[in-house]
Each structure stands twice: as structure tokens, then as C-alpha cells.
Design a protein around this ligand. Structure first.
Ligand code: COA
Length: 196
């Protein structure tokens, strides 16, 4: 991971921000940032159903930090099954999101840097494809297109022209069809306290 982050840092104005793996101490700042950037309805999205109660894919929860180390950007990727292939075997893939940058840092290339780092790391880890629901005019620059998800559906309402994918391995989604299902590790549940 360090090599991927270093190469992206070197390309994108390293003096204004750094990229890092998210750690446990970043969770509150990340959630506050998501509330600011995306508003209160963010938890109602269909993508959220695939994230709830799961942990992100290994090594694929990234943050951008300002010079003082504060979280100013976040992106996470989640293990999913992108339907099944012709032999009805699950098609392993990743769901990206949410991606958000602190509003006071927008337009400085931080979102692009996080996207490129996440894509490079996912590829390095051997994943076959990344899916997301988002604005095509933004994500097409990273190679995401709606044509790759045409036989797939989200588990809830979604706009087909915003349901995009990038193949990290050629043809990975060629025969993928059906519903997206969460497949990541589950969050550890706190122990249930029993009444005496
Ligand atoms: C979308 C977002 C992640 C972009 O991050 P960023 O760091 O500002 O983006 P970058 O600086 O890397 O890129 C800026 C470019 O993206 C374009 N852009 C930003 N948001 C866009 C959108 N929704 N659709 C199309 N283009 C967009 C800008 O116009 C700019 O274009 P230019 O390079 O031609 O000038 C950020 O604005 C954000 O957090 N938005 C709120 C949360 C959100 O909507 N997230 C999901 C995005 S679908």
C-alpha cells in the first residue's frame, strides 16, 4: 500500500495533502465529513444496504489528510458479489463509496488522488472490477461506465445511468448478471448484556 500512496502523492501536489490508510481514530472525523459533504439522506441510499454491518475490503479504506493530519477526504471499497456468471458462480467485485472531500478542499485534485490510489490498490490486490453509483461525468475520467453494469441491479432503487463499473481485469463483468449482494466480513457485534 505504501508504494501506491507514495506514487499518487508524488503525482498530486504533495504539499497540500497526504493520502493514508484510515485508522480507528479517523472514524468520527470521517462520519462528520460525510454528513457535511453528502447531507442527512446519505444513509438512505441503496449502496448503504451493501455496506451496513460490514467492514471495508482489506487495505481499501483510504483517507486524505491536511498538513495537520485532519481527515479532509474519504473513500472506501467493499466486497460484493456482482451477480453470477454463465455457470451461476458469484462474480466477486468491489463497491466503491462513499467518496467525499471536505467542501473547503474541493477542486484541488484530492478526490482524483483518492480515486486513483484506490483503483491502483484494488488492482494490486487482485480484484477484478469496481462498481459504484455516482455521477458519470465525474467517474468516467477514471474509466467507469454504465455499459459494464447493464445486466446487474442494485438491491433497491437506483438510476441506471449512475450505476457504473470499471474492470480491473479485462472481461471480468462480461457475463455478470443479477443482483448485487454484500459479501464482506461482518462488523463484530457488541456482546448482548443479559439481564440478571
Ligand atoms: C465529487 C467530489 C468527490 C470531487 O472531489 P474533488 O476533490 O473536488 O475533485 P477533483 O478536484 O479531483 O476534481 C475536480 C473536477 O471534477 C469535477 N467534478 C466535481 N464533481 C463533479 C460531478 N458531480 N460531476 C461532474 N464533474 C464533477 C469538477 O468540475 C472538476 O473538473 P475539472 O478538473 O475539469 O476542473 C467532491 O466534490 C465531493 O465530495 N462532493 C460531495 C460528495 C459527493 O457528491 N460524492 C459523490 C460524487 S458522485
Amino acid at each position: 500500500m505504501a508504494a501506491v500512496l507514495d506514487s499518487v502523492r508524488a503525482f498530486f501536489a504533495p504539499s497540500t495533502f497526504t493520502l493514508d490508510l484510515e485508522n480507528a481514530g479517523d472514524v468520527v472525523a470521517r462520519e462528520n465529513l460525510l454528513d457535511r459533504a453528502m447531507g442527512p439522506d446519505r444513509r438512505k441510499k441503496s449502496s448503504e444496504k451493501l455496506r451496513q454491518g460490514r467492514v471495508p475490503s482489506d487495505g481499501l479504506a483510504l483517507v486524505a489528510r491536511d498538513r495537520a493530519g485532519h481527515v479532509i477526504g474519504t473513500v472506501r471499497l467493499w466486497n460484493i458479489e456482482a451477480g453470477v456468471d454463465r455457470e451461476t458462480r458469484p462474480v466477486e467485485a468491489l463497491l466503491l463509496g462513499p467518496l467525499a472531500i471536505d467542501p473547503s478542499y474541493e477542486g484541488k485534485g484530492i478526490g482524483s488522488a483518492l480515486m486513483r490510489a484506490a483503483i491502483m490498490e484494488a488492482k494490486k490486490r487482485g480484484h477484478g472490477a469496481i462498481l459504484l453509483v455516482g455521477d458519470a461525468p465525474y467517474y468516467e475520467r477514471f474509466g467507469f461506465f454504465a455499459s459494464k453494469t447493464r445486466h446487474l441491479v442494485m438491491p433497491g432503487p437506483f438510476q441506471r445511468d449512475r450505476f457504473l463499473a470499471l474492470e480491473l481485469k479485462d472481461g471480468w463483468l462480461d457475463s455478470a448478471a443479477g443482483m448485487i449482494v454484500a459479501s464482506g466480513r461482518k462488523l463484530a457485534q457488541p456482546p448482548i448484556s443479559k439481564a440478571a
